[in-house]
Design a protein around this ligand. Structure first.
Ligand SMILES: Cc1ncc(COP(=O)(O)O)c(C=O)c1O
Length: 440
């Protein structure tokens, strides 16, 4: 066994961490997560932490789940990987059938990738080529939302709407139409209608995160709005791409957020929780109409020229099959609805805190905004590092979370139990109180 001291020094010497200011990181003692058990992550000193953000929104049934572990072990003894370019494998095939069974009616074909961002690229390119083949080549622009986030590859960033992450790369991006964010869902709909009246002939698709703009600060749209969006896309003949990378797999209280409104997109993008939070795998799921548009003779060059080395990886697919079987066996969606009620009761308590300016949630996705003076609408200075202070206190309390700006995000594993959930919310309450009230 390599000593914990060496692990830390190799990390500090050799790893460049994602979305991390490394100057600050290098000045601190790294947290080494070495083990796990249910909703708990365990560090190299044996300390246990509730995984309050599901390891960046991926974990569903907890960690170290014996059914998923066994599925991967069984698979690795047979086949770790074989390409999906022109060949198939049992796990990719079985998973595709399962995904079509649980997806909204109308979605019939699964295209696999590795990460959420890759699956978004697939959706954008698929929509673009669809109209090209249909000889409507002017329909080549995308509509997206301010505050939206679809990953960090260039296509995904082009349809992103978070200035702090995206504006740096503007010269590298293609242009898109940006509607108002979920801060004002009513204007999203009316903005969309106005835009489509003028520009629908030049638009391939609208892409959005249904119900929750997650990385945008857990912004929640009003009930029923997806139906209006779907109607407008149909009326003006543009495709609807729903990015459920964050909202999928029970996180909002239904298997998919679009199930709240019984809306079927033309393209559904899944990632993160697809393997229960075990392995990288994503899927872009679409209709027969789109699939059949790409059919033709070899020399017509209508094939979808896109793929990844690890598309349909058997280990990841076997984990995803086990993940979906647990949903059925444990009736996860029914249970999560009960836990969401408790979560919402717990969240109400936060409004009593002096520096909490707003609390939002859809299901188990919650954002708690902190402000220096909520009454006067005064934000904290970026140098206050207020959210980091909360996270550091929470860590000492046995809870790991990661904020978005001054928004404290709570997104526990879908299968979290009542007692663990209360430990999570109450530790965070205490951490916010301590960080903000000692501050002022
Ligand atoms: C809605 C949404 N889409 C896409 C992505 C990108 O997924 P990945 O990080 O797996 O590339 C994310 C990641 O947070 C996301 O929240």
């Amino acid at each position: 066994m390599t000593s914990s001291r060496k692990i830390k020094s190799y990390d500090l010497d050799y790893i460049w961490h994602p979305f991390t200011q490394m100057k600050e990181y290098l000045s601190e003692d790294p947290l080494v997560i070495e083990n796990s058990d249910g909703v708990y992550l365990i560090d190299s000193d044996g300390n246990k932490y509730i995984d309050g953000v599901s390891s960046l929104w991926v974990n569903i049934h907890g960690h170290n789940v014996s059914k998923i572990n066994s599925a991967i072990k069984r698979q690795v003894d047979k086949l770790a990987h074989s390409t999906l370019l022109g060949v198939t494998n049992p796990s990719a095939s079985l998973l595709a059938k399962k995904l079509i069974d649980i997806s909204p009616d109308g979605l019939k074909k699964v295209f696999y990738s590795g990460d959420g961002a890759s699956a978004v690229e697939v959706a954008l390119k698929m929509a673009f080529q669809y109209w090209l083949i249909k000889e409507k080549k002017n329909k080549n622009k995308f509509v997206c939302l301010k505050g939206g986030y679809h990953g960090d590859t260039l296509g995904a960033v082009s349809v992103g709407g978070i200035d702090a992450f995206h504006s740096t790369f503007k010269p590298m991006l293609f242009e898109s139409y940006k509607l108002s964010s979920y801060d004002s869902s009513d204007s999203t709909i009316s903005d969309l209608e106005d835009l489509l009246k003028k520009k629908a002939d030049s638009i391939a698709a609208l892409i959005l995160e249904p119900y929750v703009q997650a990385a945008g600060g857990i912004k929640v749209a009003k009930e029923g709005y997806l139906k209006d969006i779907r109607k407008l896309c149909d009326k003006f003949d543009i495709l609807l791409i729903l990015d459920e990378v964050a909202t999928g797999f029970g996180r909002t209280g239904e298997m998919f957020a679009c199930d709240h409104d019984n809306v079927c997109p033309d393209i559904l993008v899944l990632g993160k929780g697809l393997t229960g939070g075990y392995l990288p795998l994503s899927a872009t799921i679409t209709t027969n109409d789109i699939f059949e548009t790409f059919l033709g003779e070899h020399e017509e060059l209508k094939a979808f020229f896109h793929g990844h080395s690890y598309s349909g990886n058997p280990l990841a697919c076997s984990a995803a099959i086990a993940n979906l079987e647990i949903f059925e066996e444990e009736r996860t969606i029914l249970k999560v609805k009960e836990i969401i009620e408790i979560f919402e009761d717990e969240l109400k308590e936060f409004s009593g805190l002096k520096h909490v300016s707003s609390i939002r949630n859809k299901g188990l996705m919650a954002g708690i905004d902190l402000m220096k003076d909520p009454e006067k609408n005064v934000s904290y200075d970026i140098r206050d590092r207020i959210a980091k202070k909360v996270c550091d206190i929470a860590k000492a309390e046995g809870v790991l979370i990661r904020p978005l700006g001054d928004t404290i995000v709570l997104m526990p594993p879908v299968s979290i139990k009542q007692k663990e959930l209360k430990k999570l919310t109450r530790s965070i309450y205490k951490s916010i109180k301590e960080a903000t009230e000692n501050e002022s």
